[in-house]
Write a protein that binds this ligand. Sequence first.
Ligand code: NDP
Length: 477
Amino acid sequence: ASASIGVTGLGVMGRNLARNFARHGYTVAVHNRSAGRTRALVQEFGHEGEFVAAETAAEFVAALERPRRLMLMVQAGEATDAVIEEFAPLLEPGDMIIDGGNAHFADTRRREAALREQGIHFVGVGVSGGEEGALHGPSVMPGGSVESYAVLGPMFEAISAKVDGEPCATHIGADGAGHFVKMVHNGIEYADMQLIAEAYDLLRQVGGYGPAEIADIFREWNQGRLGSYLIEITAEVLGHTDAVTGGPFVDVVVDRAGQKGTGRWTVQTALDLAAPVTAISQATFARAASGQTALRAAYRGLPGGTTPVLSRTEAARFASQVENALYASKVIAYDQGWSMIQDAAKEYGWDIDLAAVARIWRGGCIIRASFLDRIRAAYAQDPALVSLLTEKDFAQEITDAQVPWREIVAMAARRGIPVPAFSAALSYYDTLRAERLPAALLQGQRDFFGAHTYGRVDKPGMFHTHWADADRPETDA
Ligand code: NDP
């Protein structure tokens, strides 16, 4: 036994992670259901480090130093359960099974509990950054036991992306916490992408800018507070010319957005937690709506607003308003993500360092952005911060963005341009800052039809009004 870690499932992600470990000096046992991939990996990349190729499960397990560290990089769901069932009987107490796939955190909690009975550490790890990240440095979000992180932490930190010399890996919390946080990362990613797409749509339809000009606007924004990987690649995509038509690439792409499901998981989970991640959910529904071909055909042609294009001078001012709206909405979307993590931490008993989450998302992952440094600083200063908007600099920025943010959403409504994420972010802001909400009326309605009772502002307790019987007073519920 000579390998510090074993990777089974040598697809796109597994093989790059195995190479990343080997490049950092770890001896890596490699295994795949079909042995061809194992041989190909060693043949092509064997010179990058120390690999031990294993053809059978027994050979693979025998190649691992104790406690054994066995990383699965297979499809989430049934494949993961099948591979766990295959390997768990070959392991001993103290050994570790690491699941680096995109598992649902509830599955990770279930698997962790089951394997804990056998004394095996099951470590669900969120890995972000795709194929390139896996090879050159992903953002790594491990859950599982503290004991497992003591062993695995240094290895994850070694292979992770680094920002200012700090690794983009940290122990997130027990059992499914790592996969949960990875899921929220993807939810925030959906919101960020949708907000950027709405900004583009406004700049094009109202501002009258062409895709190449908008690419330049995004390049400029990328130098400022919006600086991020997503803004950077948006400029690349918008600046790209289609080889066939010679026109803008974005104009030849079918306008139906796909999704692999992690955004949907975020929304489904948010409903269970009663976490109002409205910008994230609107972004997810925007993708769903784009794919509703029959509905779109049914609605197409119905009246909307008018969209006269602005003059060039007006457009420049407009672009700066859009930047404000985008930034303010982005702060809200991220705030929603962090709040959802806080809600889950309460629900599942996780002790999550919210500053560390921001730190490890500064590099390696899709939402990497300079602005995460400030989120980190905010939570470092006050680990129990309820919202980013209670931090004075964020509060000031939102205050400064007020007027343009509202103007953009109002203008979009008048002109019939869909801005589901912008408007959800603004409504969220207005909902939470409101002195009083019409939820009071909802409680009245609920008490009327279902005797659901209500609280009063002037005394403690719960009450019910006898709606059908004017002579009977309100009673304590
Ligand atoms: P690939 O399709 O490239 O590879 C899948 C691997 O899983 C193959 O090695 C395959 O083996 C193996 N496998 C599938 N089913 C079984 C099974 N029943 N028993 C044993 N082995 C099985 O997938 P990826 O590398 O893209 O993804 C792997 C995991 O990483 C997934 O959970 C994915 O969601 C996650 N992930 C992917 C990211 C990405 O950007 N692609 C980013 C972050 C996470 P065989 O060669 O024999 O078919």
